[in-house]
Design a protein around this ligand. Structure first.
Ligand code: ADP
Ligand code: GLC
Length: 479
C-alpha cells in the first residue's frame, strides 16, 4: 500500500513539538507493515537545505501569489515531496511565527498551499505516484480533504489525525475565494467555523476516518469540557473517530546508544545515570549535589503544559530539597516567570530558554524524574522518553498521560508494576502532592529502582501503534 502523508513538520528537518516526531517516525514503522509512505512537507529553508537529491516533478505556475514546484526528494531515511514555494516558505526560524512573535499574516495561504499540493498528489498529478490513501496531520493539512471534496474528482480515502485540538487554524471568512473554496463551502457542513474558515474543522468534517493520538484524548475531545468548540462535530462523527497511541522513535531515543548523553547506559547499568545527572547540573548551573532529587522539564512553554503550576509549587520543591531543570521555549510570559524563578533560587532552579535537541536527551538521561503537569495532553512524548530513559514521569491525569504511565498507587507498588506518578486534579495542590509522593519514593531506593526498571521495560515503540494505523488504513482501502 502507498500512503501520502501531509504535514508541516518532520523530524529531524523541522520540529517545534511532537507532530514532527510522529511525522518522522511513523513512515519507518509502517514499512514493517508493508506500507510505503511519502511525506509532503513545506520547503522551509531547513528542509530544502537537507535534501540529498531532489527532482522537480510538478510545476504550479501560480500558487497563492507565486510560482511553486513540487520536488521529489530524499533526506536521510525520508522519502519526501517538498513543496518549494519561496514566496511562502523561504523564511528562517519557527515555521508559524515571525521574529516579532506574531503569526505570519499569510498563514492561511501558506498552509492552504500545502493542502492544494496534497490534493494534487492525492489525485495522482505526479506520474508514477498514485497513493492508495492520504494521511493528513493537524490543521495545517486540514484543507486537503476539503479540496478533494469540492473538486469532486475521485480521490483515495483520507485519514485525518488530530495531534492537538487547541490549534485550529481559524481564518476570516473573506479569504474563502482567495483560498480557492467555493461559496457553497461556507456552511456548517463545510468549512465554516464560528463565522470564519476552520482548517481543523474542515479536516474533521471531510476525512473518512479521524484519529487522535491516545484513546483517552479521543474520549475527552468528544465532551464539552475537552472539545474546544469541536465536540459537537466529533460526537457526530463518533464512529469514524479512533484513538491510536503515539510511539517513540526508539532508535533516536535509546540510552544505550544516545550520543547526546555524557554516559550511555541500560537497565543493567543504571548507576551510570549519575554521570548524566552531574552533566545536567554542570551545564545548567545547578549545585553538583548527587543526592538532591532532580526534576527535569522538556516542553513547549504554553498554557497547555502547566508550567505555571510548577512555579507555584516551588516552595514545595524547596521543602523537599529538590532541584529543577527546565528546557523550553514559547510564550514570553512563561519564559519571564521562569527567569525570575531561576534568579530567586540560584543553584536549585535552572532554565534554558531555547530549543536544544541534544540537551533534551541529556535531561532525560540525567534527571531523576520528569514533570509533565499538563492541563490537557493529546498524547505527550516526553513521558514516553522519560520511561525509556529510567526517569520517573510525574504527570497529570489527562489525555495520553493517563494511557501511558502506570501510577505508583499501593496496588501497583505491591504488584511491582508502577512506572511513574499520576496526580489530579491539575492544580498547584495536585502537583505538590505528586512532588511529595515522588520524593517519598525517591527516598526508598529499592522502590525507586524497581520503578525505573519497570519503566524501561515498557514497550513505548511504534510497533503496536503502527499495527493499529495499518489496520485502519486497510479497513478504508478495502471499503
Ligand atoms: P507537544 O507536541 O505538545 O509539544 P510532545 O510531548 O508530544 O508535546 O512532544 C514534544 C517534543 O518536542 C518532544 O520530542 C520533546 O523532547 C521536544 N521538545 C519540546 N521542547 C523542546 C526544547 N525546548 N528543546 C528540545 N526539544 C524539545
Ligand atoms: C501534539 C500534542 C502532544 C502529542 C503530539 C504528537 O503537539 O500536544 O500531546 O504527543 O502532538 O502527536
Amino acid at each position: 500500500m502507498r500512503v501520502l502523508s501531509v504535514g508541516s513538520e518532520i523530524y529531524p528537518l523541522v520540529k517545534t513539538g511532537g507532530l514532527a516526531d510522529v511525522m518522522g517516525a511513523l513512515p519507518a514503522a509502517l514499512s514493517s507493515e508493508g506500507i510505503t509512505v511519502r511525506s509532503l512537507v513545506p520547503g522551509y529553508p531547513a528542509v530544502t537545505a537537507a535534501l540529498d537529491r531532489a527532482e522537480s516533478v510538478l510545476r504550479i505556475p501560480d500558487l497563492f501569489g507565486g510560482a511553486a514546484e513540487i520536488r521529489a526528494a530524499a533526506a536521510g531515511r525520508h522519502d519526501l515531496f517538498v513543496l518549494d514555494a519561496p514566496h511562502l516558505y523561504a523564511r528562517p526560524g519557527n515555521p508559524y511565527i515571525a521574529s516579532n512573535g506574531v503569526d505570519w499574516s499569510d498563514n492561511a495561504q501558506r498552509f492552504a498551499a500545502l493542502c492544494r499540493a496534497g490534493a494534487l498528489l492525492a489525485r495522482g498529478a505526479v506520474g508514477g505516484f498514485v497513493p492508495d490513501l492520504l494521511h493528513a496531520h493537524d490543521w495545517q493539512a486540514g484543507l486537503v480533504p476539503a479540496y478533494l471534496h469540492y473538486e469532486g474528482h475521485a480521490a483515495p480515502p483520507c485519514v485525518f489525525t488530530v495531534h492537538n485540538l487547541a490549534f485550529q487554524g481559524w481564518f476570516p471568512a473573506h479569504l474563502l475565494g482567495a483560498l480557492g473554496l467555493p461559496a457553497s463551502a461556507f456552511v456548517i457542513d463545510g468549512v465554516e467555523y464560528f463565522g470564519g474558515i476552520g482548517f481543523l474543522k474542515a479536516g474533521l468534517q471531510f476525512a473518512d476516518a479521524i484519529t487522535t493520538v491516545s484513546p483517552r484524548y479521543a474520549t475527552e475531545i468528544a465532551t464539552q469540557d475537552g472539545g474546544m468548540g469541536l465536540d459537537g462535530l466529533l460526537r457526530k462523527r463518533g464512529s469514524a473517530v479512533h484513538g491510536i497511541l503515539n510511539g517513540l522513535d526508539t532508535a533516536t531515543w535509546n540510552p544505550a546508544t544516545d550520543e547526546h548523553l555524557a554516559a550511555r547506559y541500560d537497565v543493567a547499568n543504571l548507576a551510570a545515570r549519575a554521570v548524566n545527572k552531574r552533566a545536567v547540573q554542570a551545564r545548567m548551573g545547578l549545585a553538583p549535589d548527587p543526592r538532591a532529587l532532580l526534576f527535569g522539564v522538556v516542553s513547549r512553554l504554553a498554557g497547555q503544559k502547566g508550567i505555571d503550576l510548577i512555579i507555584e509549587a516551588l516552595p514545595v520543591l524547596d521543602a523537599l530539597g529538590a532541584q529543577l531543570a527546565v528546557l523550553g521555549t514559547g510564550e514570553t510570559g512563561i519564559e519571564a516567570s521562569l527567569r525570575e524563578a531561576v534568579a530567586a533560587r540560584p543553584g536549585r532552579v535552572a532554565a534554558i530558554i531555547g530549543f536544544e535537541e541534544s540537551l533534551s536527551h541529556l535531561i532525560q538521561g540525567g534527571a531523576d524524574a520528569i514533570l509533565v503537569p499538563s492541563r490537557f495532553e493529546p498524547c505527550g512524548l516526553t513521558q514516553l522518553a522519560a520511561q525509556r530513559y529510567g526517569a520517573i514521569p510525574v504527570v497529570s491525569l489527562v489525555g495520553g498521560l493517563v494511557d501511558t504511565v502506570i501510577d505508583a498507587n499501593p496496588v501497583a507498588i505491591s504488584a511491582g508494576v508502577a512506572t511513574g506518578i499520576q496526580f489530579g486534579p491539575v492544580s498547584e495542590a495536585g502537583l505538590s502532592d505528586g512532588l511529595r509522593r515522588a520524593a517519598a519514593l525517591f527516598a526508598d531506593p529499592d522502590k525507586w529502582s524497581r520503578m525505573q526498571r519497570n519503566a524501561m521495560a515498557l514497550d513505548v515503540s511504534w510497533t503496536e501503534p503502527a499495527r493499529n494505523y495499518a489496520a485502519l488504513y486497510r479497513s478504508l482501502t478495502s471499503r
